[in-house]
Design a protein around this ligand. Structure first.
Ligand SMILES: [Zn+2]
Length: 255
């Protein structure tokens, strides 16, 4: 029980850092470590007790302690979501080297999701190191998600990287710019971390969820076919589902 609380608290703290990344990474030349957090409205630096994940937001009624302007609901959402995912990882995979790796991967998915929603970009500073870490991790710690007790291995990682990257490269060329380079690198990163079966599953789930969302926009909001929807959040959802349930889904499908 204490371990659950500890992992949730760790997830909240990392989530708080993810908020800083989501806010600052898309801004050219802004460091993620300096200066300390400040209110986006009045610019006053936050005190440590204004910065306690989720709790400060509730205690302050979702407003800045100084100027009372509204703080985006995104902040507590990111923190709570990250904590929930960390606890789920622990429940599913226990406490191992690759659990910690998967926690990092899910945190990256959260950052990608919220930056893509706000700016329609997937930053290279997340996806490129993600590809390299996936390749290195596959040799030492990352498991093959569909076979118990086997490492993904460099071949599995490279095959995944190429599967994810090439599919999206072809889509990007065919759609003449409808799909960005960010999605290509994001899927290369997912493939390098989870292998080719899981990245296929990711793309399948992401496309399905994305088209359902697009359809519902057309039907309920009267949006046209040309409305641009960021694809990153749906792919991130697909990657998270494959990470947690890839084995079950693939085994079920093969039967
Ligand atoms: Zn303020």
């Amino acid at each position: 029980m204490q371990l659950y609380i500890l992992i949730a608290a760790f997830g909240l703290i990392v989530g708080s850092f993810l908020n800083v990344c989501i806010y600052r990474l898309p801004q050219e030349g802004m460091s993620i470590v300096f200066p300390p957090s400040a209110c986006p409205s009045c610019g006053k630096a936050l005190r440590p007790w204004h910065n306690i994940p989720v709790i400060s937001y509730i205690a302050l009624g979702g407003r800045c302690a100084y100027c009372k302007s509204r703080i985006s609901l995104r902040y507590p959402t990111v923190e709570a979501l990250n904590a929930c995912l960390y606890v789920l990882i622990y429940m599913k995979f226990g406490l191992s080297a690759y659990s910690i790796y998967y926690m990092m991967f899910l945190s990256a998915l959260i950052v990608i999701t919220f930056i893509d929603i706000a700016h329609q970009i997937i930053p290279d500073v997340i996806s490129l190191p993600g590809i390299v870490l996936g390749l290195i991790g596959s040799i030492f710690i990352l498991p093959e998600p569909h076979v118990y007790g086997r490492l993904l291995g460099i071949v599995g990682s490279l095959t995944g990287l190429l599967t994810g990257g090439l599919i999206f490269y072809v889509i990007a060329v065919a759609s003449r710019g409808g799909m960005g380079g960010g999605d290509i690198k994001f899927m290369a990163m997912t493939g390098a971390t989870l292998g080719w079966k899981s990245v296929l599953l990711t793309i399948f789930i992401g496309s399905f969820a994305g088209s359902m969302y697009g359809l519902s926009l057309m039907v309920f909001k009267g949006k046209g076919r040309k409305t641009k929807i960021p694809f990153g959040p749906f792919l991130a959802l697909g990657a998270a589902v494959s990470l947690f349930y890839g084995r079950e889904i693939v085994v079920f499908y093969l039967k």
